[in-house]
Design a protein around this ligand. Structure first.
Ligand code: ZN
Ligand code: ZN
Length: 403
C-alpha cells in the first residue's frame, strides 16, 4: 500500500465556548473523515512528547522520524531550504526581513512597506559577499521576506537576532550567546553593516524614496540555526517520499529530509489554498513512483492563532472536502495534526492530537467520530516519532526485527 500522511496544521483544539463547548473538530461536518473513522485505528498522539509545545518545524521533524532535540537549533535552515537555497551541513541560516531604518538605525518599518518588487535586484549587490573567509548568501522570498546563509569558517548558530521585533526600536547588534560564537557574531555584524551601506545607496531604494515608499535599506536576521546533517527518508526507510506543502518552513523540512516537494502554485499556505488540488496532487504522486506523500494544510493553525473557532470549522470542512479525493484508492491514510492551536489560547499548546490510520485489511476499532474526545476510545497513544514505523508496518514495507 502507498502511504498518505495528511497534517491539519494546528488542527487539534480545546473545547470552545462559542461552539457550545465543542472543539472545532467535534463541531465540523467531517463527512468523509467520519465515514472512514469506524473502519480505522484511532487514538491520541503527542507530536514530540507529552506537554511539549511543538513548533511546526520541530513537530514535522518528529513526524518524519527525526529527534528534534538532536537536529534542531533554530528555524533559519528550514526557512532557507524552503526558499530553495542550496545548503550544506554546518551552514548557519537565518530568516530575514527587508526593513526600513533611519540614519540612527531606528526601525521605521519592519517590512519595508511589504515591498512587492525589486528585492531580487537588491540582493544581487550583496549576495556572495565574503568576509574573513565566510561567505554570505541572501535569497528573497515573498514580499519583505528573505533568508540569509553563512558558510565557511568556524561558525556557531548561538547568536542573537539583529531584529528588534518592534518598530521604533534600534536595530540590535548581533551578540554571541556562547563564547564560541564570538567570531560568527563579529563577521555577521560586519556583513550587516556593509549590506546596509550598499542597500542605502541602491538605485531601487532611491527610486522608492522618490515615490514616497519606505526603502528596503536594512536586513534584519533572526532565528539562527545550523543546517543539520539529516539522513534522507529514502536512506532511512528505503521508500521514495514526496510532499505537497504551501509554507516554506515545512517545505524546507521536507527538502532537507530529501523529499521531493511538489510545485503547486495554488497551495498558498493560507485560507485560500487549493483544498482539493493538494490531495489530487498527492494521489497523482503516489501513482507515479512515490511510496509516501505528506500533505500539510496550514489554514487550521492560522484560524487558531486568529482565535476564530468558526473559521477553523470552515477550514476543517474544506479539508474534509479535499480528502474525498482518496475515496476508492488503495492507500494507507494517516490523518493527524502537528500540534494543538486552541482558538482560546491563540498559540500552540502541548496537548495531544487525534490521529487516524485507515487502510485495507487493518483493525476496525469502531469509533464513531474523529475528534479529540471520541478518539480516546481508540487503541493508540503514540508519539510523533512513531508515525513512520507505524506507517511502514501497516503499509507492508517494514522489515522484521529478529527472526
Ligand atoms: Zn504547525
Ligand atoms: Zn502556528
Amino acid at each position: 500500500m502507498k502511504i498518505l500522511i495528511v497534517i491539519g496544521d494546528g488542527m487539534a483544539d480545546r473545547s470552545a465556548d462559542e461552539l457550545g463547548g465543542k472543539t472545532p473538530l467535534q463541531y465540523a461536518k467531517m463527512e468523509f473523515v467520519n465515514s472512514v473513522v469506524k473502519d480505522s485505528m484511532v487514538g491520541l498522539m503527542d507530536p514530540i512528547a507529552p506537554g511539549i509545545r511543538p513548533g511546526s518545524d520541530t513537530s514535522h521533524l518528529s513526524i518524519l522520524g527525526y529527534d528534534p532535540f538532536e537536529v534542531y537549533t533554530g528555524r533559519g535552515p528550514f526557512e532557507a531550504a524552503g526558499l530553495g537555497m542550496e545548503l550544506k551541513p554546518g551552514d548557519i541560516a537565518f530568516r530575514c526581513n527587508f526593513a526600513t531604518a533611519d540614519d540612527k538605525l531606528i526601525v521605521k518599518d519592519r517590512r519595508a512597506g511589504r515591498i512587492k518588487e525589486g528585492t531580487q535586484e537588491l540582493v544581487k549587490e550583496i549576495n556572495g559577499m565574503e568576509i574573513e573567509g565566510v561567505k554570505f548568501f541572501v535569497k528573497p522570498g515573498v514580499e519583505h521576506r528573505a533568508a540569509l546563509v553563512m558558510r565557511g569558517g568556524n561558525l556557531s548558530p548561538y547568536v542573537s537576532d539583529a531584529d528588534p521585533h518592534k518598530v521604533g526600536e534600534k536595530v540590535k547588534e548581533v551578540k554571541p550567546l556562547r563564547k564560541d560564537a564570538e567570531f560568527t557574531a563579529k563577521v555577521l555584524n560586519e556583513f550587516l553593516k556593509r549590506a546596509r551601506e550598499i542597500l542605502s545607496e541602491h538605485p531601487i531604494n532611491k527610486e522608492r524614496i522618490s515615490r514616497g515608499l519606505p526603502p528596503a535599506n536594512i536586513l534584519l536576521p533572526r532565528g539562527a540555526g545550523v543546517v543539520p546533517e539529516l539522513k534522507s527518508v529514502e536512506e532511512r526507510y528505503g521508500i521514495k517520499a514526496a510532499s505537497v506543502v504551501g509554507i516554506p518552513l515545512v517545505k524546507g523540512i521536507c527538502r532537507l529530509a530529501g523529499m521531493y516537494c511538489a510545485d503547486l502554485p495554488t497551495a498558498t499556505g493560507s485560507y485560500d489554498t487549493d483544498y482539493e488540488g493538494k490531495i489530487k496532487k498527492a494521489v497523482e504522486l503516489l501513482k507515479n513512483g512515490y511510496d509516501l506523500v505528506l500533505v500539510n494544510y496550514k489554514a487550521p493553525d492560522l484560524a487558531g492563532h486568529d482565535g476564530d473557532a468558526e473559521k477553523k470549522v470552515w477550514v476543517l470542512e474544506n479539508i474534509d472536502r479535499g480528502l474525498r479525493h482518496i475515496e476508492g484508492e488503495d492507500i494507507l491514510f494517516i490523518f493527524t495534526a502537528d500540534h494543538t492551536t486552541p482558538c482560546n489560547f491563540k498559540d500552540h499548546t502541548g496537548d495531544p492530537v487525534p490521529i487516524l490510520i485507515h487502510g485495507e485489511g487493518l483493525r476496525k476499532e469502531g469509533v464513531e467520530k474523529f475528534d479529540e474526545i471520541s478518539v480516546i476510545k481508540g487503541s493508540m497513544r503514540i508519539r510523533g516519532r512513531d508515525i513512520m514505523n507505524l506507517a511502514l508496518n501497516y503499509a507492508g514495507y517494514a522489515e522484521m526485527f529478529g527472526a
